[in-house]
Design a protein around this ligand. Structure first.
Ligand SMILES: *[C@@H]1O[C@H](CO)[C@@H](O)[C@H](O)[C@H]1NC(C)=O
Length: 223
């Protein structure tokens, strides 16, 4: 084998070992877009964010700016899906958040108010849990929110290693909502800040007499 081939093989297997997953595709209704189309491109391959105080918690490492990401026009009430490259395989909750940009979402760093629109949690069976680990998560744009440009954020929190820092897998899509209403969603949180090291849903031991769970972050906003 040539040295370059060996190096390429080593690099590949190193990536496999540290391999996780990344939410890198989006669909609206039945229209599926390309990889990173309308989704801010991260620069940390498929690695998680583990610091609760990092701005990377907003839209992942490299997702601070959306200058090179297109904005998708969506109708309030319309169905969308986030897809991961490989199915989620670390146990933990999945949540969807939105934050309205003060102007153009391309320029928005996610430092404003975030509200949560959905949580996927576990189901329990005699101290055991099962989690909705898949490669697609579908929901709808809330019907009542105001028109305008938003970050639409998916977060999966890997809590599979109790005692080690949980892992945040995050992506943000850029959407322009039309046909919406007049609601001011609440409660809202800032990111970072929304997640604390003492949150029960952050420190839960899923392997030990695990019978209930509270997904971290604010309550879900419903129209
Ligand atoms: C968002 O939609 C509004 C209303 O249709 C439009 O004026 C604006 O240009 C759109 N923004 C983007 C980035 O497409």
């Amino acid at each position: 084998m040539k040295l370059t081939t060996i190096l390429a093989a080593l690099t590949l297997s190193a990536a496999d070992v540290s391999g996780h997953y990344i939410f890198q595709q989006f669909s609206l209704g039945s229209k599926k877009f390309g990889v990173y189309e309308h989704i801010r491109k991260n620069t940390n391959y498929n690695s998680p964010v583990t610091s609760l105080s990092s701005n990377d918690l907003r839209c992942n490492v490299g997702g601070n700016s959306g200058a090179s990401t297109t904005v998708l026009s969506v109708q309030a009430g319309e169905s969308f899906t986030f897809f991961s490259d490989v199915a989620v395989y670390h146990q933990g909750p999945i949540s969807l958040y939105m934050s309205k940009a003060p102007g153009s979402v391309n320029d928005y760093d996610g430092s404003g108010d975030w509200f949560k629109i959905y949580d996927w949690g576990p189901t329990f069976n005699g101290g055991q849990s099962s989690w909705p680990m898949r490669n697609s998560y579908q929901y709808t744009i809330p019907k009542c929110i105001k028109n305008g440009e938003y970050l639409l954020r998916i977060q999966q929190l890997g809590i599979h290693n109790p005692g080690s820092p949980p892992q945040f897998y995050i992506s943000c899509a850029q959407v322009n909502v039309t046909g919406g209403g007049n609601a001011s969603p609440s409660p809202t949180v800032k990111i970072p800040g929304a997640f604390k090291a003492s949150d029960p849903g952050y420190v839960a031991n899923i392997y030990n007499n695990f019978n209930s769970y509270t997904v971290p972050g604010p309550a879900v906003f419903n129209c």
